[in-house]
Design a protein around this ligand. Structure first.
Ligand code: FES
Length: 571
């Protein structure tokens, strides 16, 4: 019997080893327990996570790779989250999914794991789990769906839903035409095909070094995904033999690479929260300001929705993430390693751009400075973020009067009220949407514009929220404002008519109200009543322990790695 972790269950001739082996036989030969590595396929396939339903087929290819390399593959269904379905918001359950996967991997005879994710929260949760249990792990991103078309035009999953629904509200598109596009939106298996959160997190996982380099962005329907899954199965066996754990791959240098990649691809702001949470699990020092310091000067090179025109299938055809990273190689950490044991930069040597309309050359970027800007001021003492690439340039420096909404329900009830005191220079403030306040920090920060302004042709306004924004959305939206209103943040005392000053170049977000006046204000009873905590269940645990957005909205007791050692053995 070898020195694998699983030998703690299977080695020996005593009754316990007998039981562990016997219950696992069911077709497995005796040599399955001779010390070869047992590889868990942490699989988020679920009929209720439609972007991940194909992962069972991907798992079959992983299994073949594991067998071929001399390991034993074991399918391990883990908590899955379908972004479009799960209520009140999938983010409420990310930490639960991460915690459950971590505990299952630790509790079972597992030597390494292949992580199968796709839809928004699934890859972040799996990465957090793998980091905490610190077992050798490789991610296989499930891949984006193929490009759908409607009336001869490509349809971007997510981004075009926002655009078309706004057109309906503006009266420039009929509801009938809008509904006719529904069956064209999802052309194939896979996750959203814009540079939304799922595509972003697949690219980020690759930049972190946690995938086989070159895999991220392979469409779900592309046969090369199954080939990569097979290779990942083989690699997991090698990683188990070499004890190549996430703590050896995920260093500060790999987070640097992830931040550079995030900027160059124009990735989702959600990656900020997920990367902060992941770093917290590993004990890697990473703060909100690192995103600005390392990423804001990076040029935007990928012309994908929502910041640009194309879709993920185009990015893959044009050369994929490695071709993008080659353009900014000097900004990457040359030492940062990958799951293969080789540094990420080694894989850039053969990377090429095949279509410069999709991946721009460094000398001709889509924008000079693409990354995420971190704002501070008396409205966001712990920070807030904005994605300038998705914003309107003329609004990046703006002063306007606040129109305040206490909750999503309040917003829905009043936003289209013809009597709402709002004009295009107003600043829409939505609070009560942070990690604790909602709870779960939903993607509502891209507040819909008032219908009466849409009808006047207004297409963007400054919006401020303590929640998140869908990675497929766009607009001049300040989000992740911390501390949130429910945690006593200043967003909770903004009043209608207060002058708000946004200056992205100066990284400022302020309420231009005398400090004495602000000190006298108290949150309204209506707003605090909305934050009454539930008495039981996950929501109770979550509200009691969730940290703010600038700390990744993880639970405070999950900071740091616990490792793979089991605490007690009752057998
Ligand atoms: Fe699953 Fe967008 S809804 S990735």
């Amino acid at each position: 019997m070898g020195s694998q972790r699983s030998a703690q269950w299977y080695a020996g001739t005593d009754r316990n080893a007998y039981i562990h082996r016997a219950w696992m036989r069911r077709g497995l030969p005796a040599h399955a327990f001779d010390g070869r590595p047992h590889i868990a396929i942490a699989n988020t396939a679920s009929d209720l996570a439609p972007c991940n339903t194909h992962l069972n087929e991907v798992a079959e290819s992983v299994k073949q790779g594991v067998w071929e390399a001399g390991g034993v593959p074991l399918n391990l269904p883990v908590v899955s989250l379908g972004e479009t379905l799960v209520k009140p918001t999938a983010m409420l359950w990310r930490n639960m999914a991460a915690m459950a996967a971590e505990e299952l991997l630790r509790a079972n005879p597992v030597d390494a794991t292949v992580l199968l994710g796709g839809c928004d929260k699934t890859i972040p949760a799996l990465l957090m789990a793998a980091a905490s249990v610190d077992l050798p792990a490789v991610v296989v991103p499930g891949g984006p769906m193929l490009t759908g078309t409607f009336r001869g035009e490509p349809l971007g999953c997510g981004t075009d839903v926002w655009r078309l629904s706004e057109e309906v509200r503006a009266g420039t598109l009929s509801e009938q035409a809008f509904l006719a596009s529904e069956s064209s939106m999802i052309r194939s298996r896979g996750h959203c095909n814009t540079m939304g959160t799922a595509s972003t997190m697949a690219c980020v996982a690759e930049a972190l070094g946690m995938t086989i380099p070159g895999v991220a962005g392979t469409p779900a329907a592309d046969s090369r995904l199954l080939e990569s899954a097979h290779a990942a199965g083989r690699l997991a066996v090698e990683m188990a033999a070499e004890d190549r754990r996430p703590s050896r791959v995920l260093t500060r240098g790999s987070f640097r690479n992830a931040i550079v990649a995030l900027a160059a691809i124009g990735g989702s702001t959600n990656a900020v929260v997920h990367l902060l949470a992941l770093a917290g699990r590993l004990g890697v020092e990473l703060g909100l300001d690192d995103f600005d310091r390392l990423g804001s000067g990076v040029p935007l090179l990928v012309d994908l929705q929502p910041a640009g025109r194309h879709l993920m299938e185009d990015l893959h055809r044009a050369g994929g993430l490695l071709a993008v990273l080659r353009e900014v190689e000097d900004l990457l950490d040359p030492e940062a390693s990958t799951v293969t044991g080789d540094p990420l930069v080694k894989y850039l040597v053969g990377a090429r751009i095949w279509d410069e309309t999709v991946i721009r050359r460094r000398a001709e970027p889509l924008r000079e400075h693409a990354g995420i800007a971190v704002l501070r001021g008396n409205l966001a003492p712990s920070g807030a973020v904005i994605k300038p690439a998705a914003a309107s340039p003329h609004l990046l420096r703006h002063r306007g009067r606040a129109v305040v909404f206490d909750s999503v329900e309040d917003l829905r009830a009043r936003i289209d009220d013809p009597g709402l005191d709002v004009d295009e220079s107003s600043v829409l403030v939505l609070r009560g949407c942070g990690p604790r306040g909602y709870p779960g920090m939903p993607e509502v920060a891209n507040v819909p514009l008032p219908a009466k302004l849409l009808k006047q042709g207004v297409r963007d306004m400054v919006r401020i929220c303590d929640g998140r924004m869908s990675g497929t959305a766009y607009g001049t939206v300040v989000l992740h404002t911390a501390p949130e209103a429910a945690a006593g943040g200043p967003l909770g005392i903004v009043e209608n008519g207060d002058p708000v000053v946004l200056d992205v170049a100066a990284r400022c977000l302020d309420l231009d109200v005398p400090a004495d006046d602000l000190a006298r204000r108290r949150p309204s009873a209506a707003m605090t009543a909305a934050f009454a905590a539930p008495l039981r269940g996950w929501e109770r645990l979550y509200i009691d322990h969730v940290m703010q957005a600038d700390q990744g909205a993880d639970l405070d007791f999950l900071i740091g790695s616990s490792g793979s050692k089991v605490s007690r053995d009752s057998h």
